[in-house]
Design a binder for this molecule. Sequence first.
Ligand SMILES: [Fe+2]
Ligand SMILES: [Fe+2]
Length: 193
Amino acid sequence: MENAKQITEYKLAKEIFSLSRDILTDPKALRMKEFTQHGNTSVFEHCVAVAKFSLLIASFFEKVFRVKFDRKSLVRGALLHDYFLYDWHDPDPKNRIHGFTHPGTAWRNACRDFDINKLEANIIRRHMFPLTPVPPTHRESIIVCLADKWCAICETFKIDVSSYLIDRVNLRIAQAEGLETGLVLPIPVVENI
Ligand SMILES: [Fe+2]
Ligand SMILES: [Fe+2]
């Protein structure tokens, strides 16, 4: 019997995957697995975790204050907010200003590789506020900005709050890749919630 937290994570993983299947099955986006973000966490894992907490925050405001969010743009912006595709730990002098420059790099890469709408662009470009001085101007951008800080703290102090969901997202990616190659992986019953 799965507990309530696990079922929530299954549902969130399913929503994240269904809203961004084109991104999560694109080898260019999956290159984020090659680079470390905070602690032992890859950039890919960090972005999936930010998408998860962005959805949780949005769900809270939707339930409590009846505020509507563009959940698709929220997830896609969160997944691509750190799509800079290099190792910022590399002791190259240009990486000293990574904190200020990577939102722009991620946005340019995202525009090059995917169809990005204006809201997703705002999410990506403004997520480092207040380190970068221009604040986010949409509800979804503010949420990703907050979720990003929370995930960065957890990852830096090695507090595991997302590995279960990340495993579920990776399973869905593997299943999608299997369908393309004819190698179909078994789908756990609970995955169909
Ligand atoms: Fe970032
Ligand atoms: Fe981030």
